[in-house]
Design a protein. Structure first.
Length: 193
């Protein structure tokens, strides 16, 4: 099993990079956010990988973050989720927002991922809810999962993207104890509404 690679970036695209590791060139499919982090031609890069093995293919999928690879592998355990859907999920939602959406059963937020419909989102929640050990942690302060879910749901209902919601959550003050309503108002001010 190939669990990681370190080498020089030879080329990259929107969904992959090609690494030269000791004269062997590996194509690693990645979420766009990870490609943006490591894609500098000629520079050394280190990626965490998952080797996807099927009868007719051997494909490397990876990320710049080990936590994301573990989530990728967890997503693959859900029936109906293949590697492309798992990459789409990781590329669309920040890890904390994804974990919170699953742990809190927020199917509406999960359906914002391209290619993930209501049934698939419900299946994700059903199959992964007990498997993930999640404490919503934002800016060093533990936010109760129910409060985080309410903030995510409220901002999602107002049309904010998962990335905007995650940015708003991380902007919450670390030392202040706020009610859910105060967190929503603070987040809206940060987002400019």
């Amino acid at each position: 099993m190939i669990v990681g690679l370190e080498g020089s970036v030879v080329s990259f695209g929107s969904d992959h990079i090609v690494l030269n590791v000791g004269g062997v060139f590996y194509k690693v499919f990645m979420p766009g956010s990870s490609v943006a982090i490591v894609a500098k031609v000629g520079k050394k890069a280190r990626v965490h990988t998952h080797l996807y093995v099927r009868e007719d293919q051997l494909t490397l999928y990876g990320t710049s973050d080990e936590r994301q690879v573990k989530m990728f592998e967890t997503l693959l355990s859900v029936s109906g989720i293949g590697p492309k859907a798992a990459l789409s999920i990781l590329g669309t939602m920040p890890m904390d927002a994804l974990e919170n959406a699953i742990s809190n059963g927020n199917v509406d937020l999960l359906t914002r991922v391209p290619g993930i419909g209501r049934k698939t989102a419900a299946r994700l929640v059903l199959e992964l809810k007990g498997k993930l050990d999640i404490t919503a942690s934002v800016a060093g302060t533990a936010i109760p999962p129910s409060a985080a879910a309410e903030v995510v749901e409220a901002l999602g209902g107002l049309g904010y993207s998962p990335a905007e919601i995650q940015a708003a959550l991380t902007s919450l003050p670390a030392d202040a104890e706020m009610s859910t309503e105060e967190m929503i108002m603070f987040a809206l001010k940060r987002l400019g509404r």
